[in-house]
Design a protein around this ligand. Structure first.
Ligand code: NAP
Length: 458
C-alpha cells in the first residue's frame, strides 16, 4: 500500500511516505496503553481540556495552511477546506465545554441500595478513516475520545497522508503526550494485528461498505466494540408543496459540495409529478453553471475528484446505469479542457428499480432523479435502499415534513435543508450505512466504560 499525495488537479506525485514498521506499531501501542493506564480513572482531564483548547486555537490560526494541505491531498476547494478546519475547531470548543458534564458519574435509582455509573475510558482505539474530509473525520473521533481518556492509533486513507500527519502534528503541538494520537502508514494486515492486540479495546471506521465489512469482521473476531460510519444513497424527498425557488438554492450544497464526495450528499432526488419537469430544469441550471478549475483558486466552484481511480469507478457506474436504461438528462461528457480528475456534473433519470445502479452509491457529482405520483410511493422509494444514512424532506408544510421524516429509514433527516454536520448533532446511519454515532453526547459515549458501582442495602 503506497501512502502518497497525488495532487488530483495536476496529477503530480507531491509526496511519498514509507510504510510504518512493526516496531513503530509496537511503540505506538505501548505508549498509547501507558496513557490509558494513567487516564482510566479520570486523571488529567483538566490538562486534556487545555490541550484541546490549544488545538482549537492552532486550527484557527493555521486554517489556510491546513486547508491547503487537504486541497493538495484530495483536491477539495480551498474555501470548503477552510470551512472544514473551522468546523473541527468548533468540535474543540464544544467538547471542552461539555467534557465535565459528559464524564460526570450518573446516579441510578434502585430501591435495593445505592448505585451509580462511572463514565471511564475503556482503552486504546484503532481508527480507520477516509479521504473525503481529511481533518473532520479524524477530529470527530479523536477529540471526544482524547477527553474521555482513550488514546488513538490512526490509519488514514493512503491518498491523504499529508493531511493525516498534519492533524497528528497539530495534536502534538497542542501539547498532547506521545501516544495520544499516533498516525501510522500501515497496511491492512497491520490494521488487523492492531485490532487483535489485547491493549486495543475499540475500533471506529468511516469508509465504504466493503472496507467496513472487512474491519468489522476483524473487530468481531477479537470481540472489540466497533462503530461503522459507512456509505449512503441519501434520498432528497420533495413534497408536492415545496417552494421550487428555495429548493434551487440548496441543490448545489446538497449534491455538488466536495465534488459530490460526501457520504450524506443527496444522491437521489425523489420528486412529485407536479414539480418533476421544473426540478430537472433547475438542477440543470445549477449543474451547468459550475466553474471547474484550480481548487486553490477561490473562483472555482467545482473541484476535481480525489483520484483517477475514483473518477474511473464513477464513469463505470454511469455507463452501467445507462446500459440498463437510465437516461442522461445532463452531462456525462469528457472534461477535455482540464488536466485534473474532473467529472462533468451529470443528471440521470429513468432509473428502474431493477437497474443495478438503483441500490449503489455514486460517490461524485452525479444526481439521480426519480418521479412519484402519490406521497406513499415517494416514501417507499426513499426507503427502498440497502443504505440508511441521511435524508432530506423538503416542503412548505413543516408539520407534514416532520411527519414524513418520521417514516424515513435513516439515521438522520434534514428538513428544508441539504445535509449538515454540527458538533452537538449526532451523526450516523442504519442498515448498510453502519451503526454507532459520532459527535454530540452519543458520539462521546461510544467508547466509554459505563462502570456500575452498586452497594446493596444491608
Ligand atoms: P474505503 O475504501 O472503505 O476507505 C476508508 C478507509 O478504510 C481508508 O483508510 C482505507 O485505507 C481503509 N480500508 C479499506 N479497506 C480496509 C481493510 N480491509 N482493512 C483496513 N483498512 C481498510 O472508503 P473510501 O471509498 O475511500 O471512502 C468513501 C466512502 O466512505 C463512501 O462510501 C462514503 O459514503 C463513506 N463515508 C461515510 C461517512 C459516514 O459518516 N457515514 C463519512 C464519510 C465517508 P486505504 O486508503 O489504504 O485503502
Amino acid at each position: 500500500m503506497a501512502y502518497q499525495t497525488v495532487n488530483p488537479y495536476t496529477n503530480e506525485i507531491e509526496k511519498k511516505y514509507d510504510n510504518s514498521t512493526d516496531q513503530e506499531v509496537e511503540a505506538a501501542l505501548g505508549s498509547a496503553h501507558q496513557l490509558y493506564l494513567r487516564w482510566r480513572s479520570g486523571a488529567e482531564l483538566d490538562e486534556r481540556k487545555q490541550i484541546i483548547t490549544k488545538l482549537g486555537s492552532l486550527l484557527r490560526q493555521n486554517k489556510t495552511k491546513y486547508a491547503t494541505i487537504m486541497t493538495h491531498d484530495m483536491g477539495k476547494l480551498i474555501g470548503e477546506a477552510e470551512g472544514e478546519v473551522e468546523l473541527c475547531a468548533s468540535f474543540c470548543d464544544y467538547y471542552v465545554k461539555k467534557a465535565d458534564e459528559f464524564l460526570a458519574p450518573r446516579p441510578l435509582y434502585t430501591e435495593a441500595g445505592s448505585a451509580y455509573l462511572l463514565r471511564q475510558a475503556s482503552g486504546v482505539l484503532m481508527a480507520v478513516e477516509p479521504w473525503n474530509f481529511p481533518f473532520y473525520q479524524i477530529a470527530r473521533v479523536f477529540i471526544p475520545n482524547f477527553l474521555v481518556g482513550n488514546p488513538m492509533i490512526l490509519k488514514d486513507a493512503s491518498n491523504c497522508p499529508t493531511s493525516a500527519q498534519a492533524f497528528a502534528d497539530a495534536v502534538a503541538q497542542a501539547g498532547a503526550p506521545a501516544g495520544s494520537l499516533t498516525n501510522l502508514f500501515i497496511d491492512y494486515d497491520q490494521v488487523g494485528k492492531i485490532i487483535a492486540d489485547p491493549r486495543v479495546q475499540g475500533v471506529c471506521l468511516t469508509g465504504s461498505e466493503r472496507g467496513g465489512q472487512a474491519v468489522a469482521t476483524e473487530a468481531a473476531a477479537h470481540l472489540k466494540k466497533n462503530t461503522m460510519e459507512l456509505g449512503g444513497n441519501d434520498a432528497f424527498l420533495v413534497l408536492p408543496d415545496a417552494d421550487i425557488d428555495k429548493l434551487e438554492q440548496v441543490i448545489f450544497s446538497a449534491r455538488l459540495y466536495n465534488a459530490g464526495q460526501v457520504c450524506t450528499s443527496s444522491k437521489r432526488f425523489i420528486v412529485p409529478d407536479n414539480l418533476y419537469d421544473e426540478l430537472l430544469k433547475r438542477a440543470r441550471k445549477v449543474f451547468s453553471s459550475v466553474k471547474m478549475g484550480d481548487p486553490l483558486d477561490r473562483s472555482t466552484t467545482l473541484a476535481p475528484m480525489n483520484s483517477q481511480r475514483a473518477k474511473e469507478k464513477l464513469q463505470k457506474q454511469v455507463d452501467m446505469a445507462v446500459a440498463h436504461g437510465a437516461k442522461v438528462y445532463y452531462g456525462n461528457k469528457p472534461v477535455d479542457d482540464q488536466e485534473g480528475q474532473f467529472f462533468m456534473p451529470t443528471i440521470l433519470t429513468d432509473i428502474d428499480q431493477d437497474n443495478p445502479i438503483f441500490d449503489q452509491e455514486m460517490f461524485g457529482p452525479v444526481l439521480s432523479v426519480y418521479r412519484y405520483h402519490e406521497l406513499p410511493e415517494g416514501i417507499a422509494l426513499a426507503n427502498n435502499s440497502s443504505y440508511g444514512l441521511g435524508s432530506t424532506v423538503f416542503g412548505e408544510d413543516v408539520a407534514q415534513a416532520r411527519q414524513v421524516a418520521s417514516q424515513i429509514e435513516a439515521g438522520m433527516t434534514w428538513i428544508n435543508s441539504g445535509w449538515a454536520s454540527l458538533p452537538e448533532l449526532p451523526f450516523g446511519g442504519v442498515k448498510h450505512s453502519g451503526y454507532g454515532r459520532e459527535l454530540a453526547d452519543l458520539g462521546f459515549g461510544e467508547f466509554i466504560n459505563e462502570h456500575l458501582v452498586y452497594e446493596p442495602l444491608k
